[in-house]
Design a protein around this ligand. Sequence first.
Ligand SMILES: Cc1cc2nc3c(=O)[nH]c(=O)nc-3n(C[C@H](O)[C@H](O)[C@H](O)COP(=O)(O)OP(=O)(O)OC[C@H]3O[C@@H](n4cnc5c(N)ncnc54)[C@H](O)[C@@H]3O)c2cc1C
Length: 467
Amino acid sequence: MTQNPQRLVVVGHGAAGLAAALSAAEQAQSLGLPIDVTVVEKSREDEAGGNTRWSPSNMRLDAPDRIDANFADDMLRACGGHGDPDYFSTLADNATATIGWLQDHGVEFVTPLYYLSAGPARIQPVGGGGAIVARLLEAAKRAGVKFIYDSPVSRLVMVEGDQVSGVEARSRDAVTMLDADAVILACGGFQGNPAMMRAHFGPGAEIIKLISPGTRFDTGDGIRVATERGASVSGDWNGMHIEPVDPRAANSAAVVLVYPYGIVVDADGRRFFDEGGGLMHETWEALARDIHFARPRNIAYAILDSRLFEIDGFERAIRSEVPPYRAPSIEALAAQIRIPAANLRQTVDAFNAAATGDPARFDASRCDGLAAADTLKPPKSNWARAIMKPPFLAYPLVGAIAYTFGGLATNARAEVLCEQGPMPGLYAAGETTGHFYRTAPNAVAVLRALVFGKIAGREAVEFLHRR
Ligand SMILES: Cc1cc2nc3c(=O)[nH]c(=O)nc-3n(C[C@H](O)[C@H](O)[C@H](O)COP(=O)(O)OP(=O)(O)OC[C@H]3O[C@@H](n4cnc5c(N)ncnc54)[C@H](O)[C@@H]3O)c2cc1C
């Protein structure tokens, strides 16, 4: 062990980076090690926090101190069998302790009312992801962590082939070299990088709307700088979490999640998917992706009637600040949203003719089995009530991306892996790492950023201790 303080650089100021920095500072203190921990952040200080700051940060736990016994198996199922069992069991094993650690640092948790539909139990920090960023930042500052803003990391510096020795950060007018004995990459996915989006998802992906103001900073830099040095990758490079939002809205994440209770039509006025194919969080990703990549003008419309307002708590499922289009007739509604009136009339008539089940069975909070007759194509498997009570309503919907799945390969100690095994002194957590396949496991992204960020900080300090 050297006498001079060793240096740990953490790249990124979201849930993963702040958890890593604070946990490293605490671990160094408990071991009596002089280690300088510095967080390097791309954005200005007043914009920092990445996706986390704008995220409601629902987490799939039964309670702050209780996780479902099947959590890891559920994750592997969501990943279609491609997930790493060690990664997900480590996540499950460390989840409640990590939440307890956040509580110790002043983050309070509640059980949220999750939009309208049921599903797995979830907890949520009071104040959402913004509270996580604020509390971890305060605690990290108190623990002596230093912060450098406005400095996007652009390169990893290595010595002896595979040993990390620093990072290069390029601000608007300077290139700065920061020496480091270990580095933790926690700088998001690549959703904010149009060239990477197009390369991995094909033409049109580069113009997907970004769901929050913090999403644009995540441009795949951590993935790039590590793969340039031989790091392996994991996760589904054709996977992204994308949600249907109202394009007229100015607010962040203006989701419209009442579409299961009506029908969804394209710009020609035709239905194209089973709006009742599952609970909202089981269909939103596929719907939003389909709208962006397969529908004319990358737009669709949720068509409902005034019975929407009779659904208890319907407002929770609409985060757009713009009211819906409303009209006394289907034809007048079609005129407002500029889709062919005859087509919309025909679509609604066909749907209504098939929606013959007993409307008393309607229950927005669960799959109610109120299916349309099987002559309807595409089918509607739940919540099939005729659209008949004016005023008629329409919400425009476009896809907005939250994060990508493809990222760095890491192990249960958050070490970045290359073909030969762990890369000495290099760690990663959160969206910068892969691990998700097929569909985003609901309410897990923030939890995994926190759990593996905390592990990365502790492990990086243990690595420096052993040197
Ligand atoms: C609107 C919205 C709703 C969501 N809802 C949920 C939810 O309910 N539950 C859930 O689990 N997940 C949710 N998510 C996803 C979840 O919030 C994120 O996946 C998670 O917060 C990511 O944390 P992170 O630390 O990996 O990345 P981020 O929070 O994005 O942080 C990355 C940081 O790295 C910085 N950075 C990027 N490049 C560089 C660079 N080159 N140099 C230095 N710094 C860099 C960025 O500026 C940013 O500060 C939601 C996301 C959004 C946007």
